[in-house]
Design a binder for this molecule. Structure first.
Ligand SMILES: *[C@@H]1O[C@H](CO)[C@@H](O)[C@H](O)[C@H]1NC(C)=O
Ligand SMILES: *[C@@H]1O[C@H](CO)[C@@H](O)[C@H](O)[C@H]1NC(C)=O
Ligand SMILES: *[C@@H]1O[C@H](CO)[C@@H](O)[C@H](O)[C@H]1NC(C)=O
Ligand SMILES: *[C@@H]1O[C@H](CO)[C@@H](O)[C@H](O)[C@H]1NC(C)=O
Ligand SMILES: *[C@@H]1O[C@H](CO)[C@@H](O)[C@H](O)[C@H]1NC(C)=O
Ligand SMILES: *[C@@H]1O[C@H](CO)[C@@H](O)[C@H](O)[C@H]1NC(C)=O
Ligand SMILES: *[C@@H]1O[C@H](CO)[C@@H](O)[C@H](O)[C@H]1NC(C)=O
Length: 343
């Protein structure tokens, strides 16, 4: 149990003890979680020489100790981090750093954890961040910026996002505070993630609660019951104009997430939709008419799920001629035991 947690618990007990109704309070209470957005100075490029990027990076505390930065192109930099043992890095520090370098620079970040923890709030937004790859990490603060409107103002520059075998470590209250309510909706950034991305891959993400055992401290079910009718069920339509590959695999996927990408969001250039290994059984039914929504789709991967029945999926008269590809629906390794003549 770390000091932050003790602080939080005490804080909760105090507030509950004092009888404040914390669930109707909408202003952000975690002021330390509100990202500071430095004043940007567009009048000059702060750093004229790329060596200054390196020098500036060297001043980034834990980042410079745990990561190597290298120049991979005229304006491209690659940051490779290995987070071991009890070390950690914070995205907010990198975010502040990106404002101090020339506007034409792009960063690729690759973080691999060997036990270490990273403090990376979804959707990892930072100006000039072009590619982000996270592997084997435990992520904290994941839900803490869901209602921070400043995040929507940071340029959405991520083109490639991939998470492999990541565990998000949440707190009950953090999750509760991040739920969209009528009088405090979540931001577009939190709901849609990187809307300019070409590739979004989440492979084997798990979620745990660090305060699960202490369920007396924050009574999630009571809070939910009290607040029920305030929840905002209206969902935005996210626009993924560049998106070609979308994968959520090897995890329990929220039904709403599937519905959104399949039925609500706009992703006309999507070529690969991958829901492999998610224990899904009825997703195929939602793909009725998929050709109309995804005109250039090449591969829908539903392998390694629990699909038992094959519905008639109509193509609405679209032929190979009209579309660029036939479109494969991969149903290997499911639980299909019989087919009707029609199918
Ligand atoms: C922006 O840069 C110019 C030129 O270096 C400087 O005069 C000005 O004070 C800067 N403004 C801010 C807000 O830092
Ligand atoms: C950074 O470079 C040093 C020296 O080449 C190497 O020992 C270290 O493993 C590298 N660290 C990362 C995170 O790649
Ligand atoms: C990291 O953990 C090791 C032992 O697990 C300990 O000796 C060391 O002091 C810790 N370092 C920091 C910075 O907390
Ligand atoms: C930097 O790492 C140390 C331990 O390695 C940790 O105690 C400290 O909180 C970290 N700082 C940030 C800003 O992540
Ligand atoms: C996934 O990450 C955990 C650490 O969070 C690690 O212990 C485990 O070996 C990783 N699994 C795979 C398949 O790489
Ligand atoms: C949490 O609230 C539920 C529903 O009101 C109640 O049944 C349960 O006993 C409460 N749990 C704790 C630990 O207070
Ligand atoms: C879908 O995801 C699984 C698991 O990551 C992977 O093995 C498979 O190759 C992917 N399929 C496609 C078409 O990319």
């Amino acid at each position: 149990m770390n000091t932050f947690f003790i602080f939080l618990s005490t804080y909760n007990l105090l507030r509950l003890g004092l009888g404040f109704n914390i669930f109707t309070v909408t202003p952000e209470i975690h002021t330390d979680l509100v990202a500071k957005q430095p004043q940007r100075n567009n009048s000059v490029d702060t750093y004229k020489h790329f060596s200054d990027v390196m020098n500036e990076f060297e001043m980034l505390g834990n980042w410079s100790n745990l990561c190597n930065i290298s120049q991979t192109g005229r304006t491209d930099f690659n940051i490779m981090c290995i987070i071991k043992g009890n070390s950690s890095i914070k995205l907010s520090e990198f975010r502040d750093f990106t404002y101090r370098v020339s506007s034409n620079i792009r960063f690729d970040i690759s973080v691999t954890c060997e036990d270490g923890i990273i403090y990376f709030p979804w959707p990892f937004r930072a100006d000039k961040l072009h590619r982000i790859y996270i592997k084997d990490c435990r992520i904290k603060d994941y839900n803490t910026e869901f209602k921070n409107s400043l995040i929507d103002q940071i340029p959405d520059t991520i083109k490639f996002l991939q998470m492999d075998n990541v565990t998000t470590i949440l707190r009950m209250e953090e999750v509760y505070d991040s739920l969209s309510k009528v009088n405090s909706p979540i931001t577009r950034a939190a709901e849609c993630g990187p809307e300019n991305a070409i590739v979004i891959i989440r492979r084997g993400t798990k979620t745990t609660f660090e305060d699960m055992q202490n369920n007396g401290l924050f009574n999630f079910s009571t809070a939910l019951t009290n607040d029920k009718h305030y929840f905002d069920i209206q969902k935005r339509t996210c626009l993924y104009d560049n998106l070609e590959v979308f994968e959520i695999s090897g995890m329990n996927v929220d039904r709403q997430v599937v519905d959104k990408i399949v039925q609500v969001n706009v992703a006309e250039n999507l070529k690969v939709l991958n829901f492999s290994g998610n224990g899904m059984s009825d997703t195929l039914y939602k793909l009725q008419g998929w050709r109309l929504r995804f005109p250039v789709m090449e591969y829908i991967d539903l392998s390694d799920n629990n699909i038992r029945d094959l519905p008639m999926i109509r193509d609405f008269g679209m032929t190979v001629k009209e579309t660029k590809s036939v479109g494969i629906i991969d149903l290997r390794r499911n639980k299909i035991t019989s087919l009707t003549k029609k199918v």
